[in-house]
Design a protein around this ligand. Sequence first.
Ligand code: HDD
Length: 721
Amino acid sequence: MASKLAGGLQKAQEAVQHVSSKEKKIVDLEHDTTSLTSKQPLTTDHGTRIHNTDQWLRVMNDQRTGPSLLEDQIAREKITRFDHERIPERVVHARGTGAFGNFKLHKSIQDLSYAGILNDTSRNTPVFVRFSTVQGSRGSADTVRDVRGFAVKFYTDEGNWDLVGNNIPVFFIQDAIKFPDFVHAVKPEPHNEVPQGQSAHNNFWDFVYLHPEATHMFMWTMSDRAIPRSFRMMQGFGVNTFVLVNKAGKRHFVKFHFIPQLGVHSLVWDEALKIAGQDPDFHRKDLMEAIDKKIYPKWDFAIQVIPEDKQDAFEFDVLDATKIWPEDIVPLQVIGELELNRNVDEFFPQTEQAAFCTSHIVPGIDFSDDPLLQGRNFSYFDTQISRLGVNWEELPINRPVCPVLNHNRDGKSRHRITQGTVNYWPNRFQAVPPTNATGEPGGFQSSSVQIGGAKRRDLSVKFGDHLSQARLFYNSLSEHEKLHVRKALSFELDHCNDPTVYTRIARHRLAEIDLDLAQAVADAVGAAVPHRAMSPNRGKKAPHLSQTEFMPAKPTIASRHVAVLIGEGFDAVAFAGILAAVKAANGFPVLVGTTRSRIYADGERLSGKAVGGGVVPDHHIDGVRSTLFDATFIPGGPHVKTLAQNGQIKHWICESFGHLKAIGATAEAVDLVNEALGAVEGLQVASSSSFEPVESYGVVTAGGTQKPGSFKETANIMRGA
Ligand code: HDD
C-alpha cells in the first residue's frame, strides 16, 4: 500500500506536475489563494455567513446602550484573531521584501555537479527571492547603511535549494559560535534600544575592534555597497564555500555569485539619509514597480570553482568566510540567469512567512567544512521553528513543487494528511530503491570524505590573516569610492561617544589598512592622529572589487525615474519630446507640477479658457523631493517664471546637482538652472543658441529657438503621460 497525500496539498502537487516548470510554484500557490474581487459574502473562519460585522451584540433599549455580550462569537472571533496577528520578526534581516521569478541555466556543469538545476539547460526553475537589511526591525527604513540580504529559494524538481546570501561577499565573523555576540553588538544597544537601522554606535565598533577578523567586512560595509540604489542593482553572493559533487563523486569547492545586468549602483550618503525619512519604503517600492511595469530585474548567475585537491594552494583558507577568492586567481564562470517577474499577492503569507535554510541543498551540492556554514546549518531550521512553528515547511510559500513523503509527523498546525497504517521506516508496505533506474544516485548523498584530527576549539592558521584582504579591497577602490569610505567611517565614529571606541578604530585598526585613511578619519572624529602605519600596505589590488567595474553592457536609463518639473505654461514640444524619449528607453517619467490639479501647456489656455487637454501631474512639488528621482528635466516656456519664484524648485535643482544626477533644461529653463546653481555653486552651465543639446558640469541644456511644433502635434504623447 502506498501512502498518499490528501486534500488541497495533494491537489496542488498533482496540478503542479502538469504545468510548465516556470509556472510550477505559481500554480501550486493558486490552491491557497482567494480573491476579494469574488462575490463571496463575508463568513466566519468556520465558514458561517456573517450578517453584521460592525456592531457587537449588546443589551439595548431605545434610550441606552447597554453592556456588550460575551456571547457574541462573531465579535470574539474577530478580536481574538486580531490579538494574535503578530509573529516574532526575524532576529536579523527583519526588514525585507520579496518577489517570484525563475532561474535558467545556460551552461551545464555536469563535469562538476550532478544537480539537475545545474545540468539541465531546458529547465526553468521557479524561485522566490527575499532582499533585506540586517540590523533594523521590520518597520525600519530601506536606505540605511547596512549589508543587504539576498536569499534565493530555488523550487527545483529535486526539492528546495535555499541559497541564503548577501550583497557583500564576506562576513564579519569566521565561526558561527560568534554570531549571537556579533548580532547583540550591532543591534540597538540593550539599555535604550538605540540606534535603529544603523551600525553607528559604540557597541558595534567596540565589537569589530575586538574582532580583527571583522576588518575586511567593515571596510565593505563602509563602502558604497552598503547603500545600494536599488535591490535590482546589487550583486548577490552565497558568501560561504559550498561543494559541487559530480557523478563520479569528485568534489570541487564553489562560491556562488549573482551579477545584476543593470550594473551595480549606489546612492550617495546624503540621499540615503534623506530618503530614509522621505520614503522609508524606497527599495521595496522600486522593486515592485519595476516588476509591475515589466522591466524585470535580471542577474547573471556565476560560480568560482576550486578543485578539492587545491584546497591548500592559496594564501587564504578557502573555507574562511571573511575572505574572497580574488577573480584573477579563481575566475568567475557565468552559467545561468535569474529573473524576477512577479510580485507577491499578499505580503504576510508570502514574504513574511518565507523561511530560508542554508541546510536545504539538493543532490549534487554539498556542504564544505566552512565553520560559519556549519553553524548556520543548525541555526536556520531552529529559528524557523520559533518564528513559524515546526511545520513551517508546509506553508504554501515554503513547500516544494516536487512530492514530499516521509515519516516526520504531527506538531502544531500540521497540514499534510498521510494515508496508511504505519508511520515509521522501514515498514512492511513501502519499498523505494535508494538509486534510480539507471543506477545513478537517486537522492541526496553526503559525499564521502576522509577526516582526521584532534578535538579542539580552534581554526587553522590561515584564518589568522585578517588584514591582507581588507587592504586589497581598499586599494582596489576608485578615488571617489575611497572618499566615500573615509566619510562613512567618519560619520559612524562621530556617532560613537566613547573615546576608547573611536580612538581604537581610527588610530589602530585603520592605520593597519591605510595610513592616509586613518589620519583623515582620526582628525575628523577627534582621535589622536596616527603617524605611522601599523603594518605595511603593499598596494596590492584585485579586479572586480570596485563597483565601478560593474556597469551594464550598454548604458541604460531603463526603470530610472526622470522627474519632469512643470507649471502652468510649460513648453509642450520639449515636454512631449522628453516624455517620448524616456518612455522609448523604458525609463519612467514622473510629472511633478506646481500643483496636482490639471496644468496646461503654453497655448493650451486662451483668455482663461482651456483649448487643450493639459496634463494632471503625478505629484505636486511639496509632495516629493529630488532625492526620489534619478534625473530631472525642466522644459522651457512661460511657466519658468512661476517655477523661479519657488524656493523648493531651486533647492531641487541644487540638490540634484549635488547628488551628481543628470539635469536637463531647455530655453527659459536654462536660465533657471543657472540662477539656482549660480547662487549656490557659483556655476554657469553652457547653453547652445540652437536647439542642439550641450552638456556642461553634467547638465544638459538646449536654448535658442525650438523646431516649430504646437501642443496639438504633441497632444497624443502628452495624453499618454
Ligand atoms: Fe544569517 C537570516 C544571510 C550568517 C543565523 N541570514 C538571514 C537572512 C540572510 C542571511 C539573507 C535572511 C533570510 C530571509 O530573507 O528570510 N547569514 C547570512 C549570511 C551569513 C549569515 C550571508 C554569512 C555567510 N546567519 C549567519 C550565522 C548565523 C545566522 C553565522 C547563526 C549561526 N540568519 C540567521 C538566523 C536568521 C538569518 C538567525 C534570522 C531569520 C532567519 O534566519 O530566517 O537564523
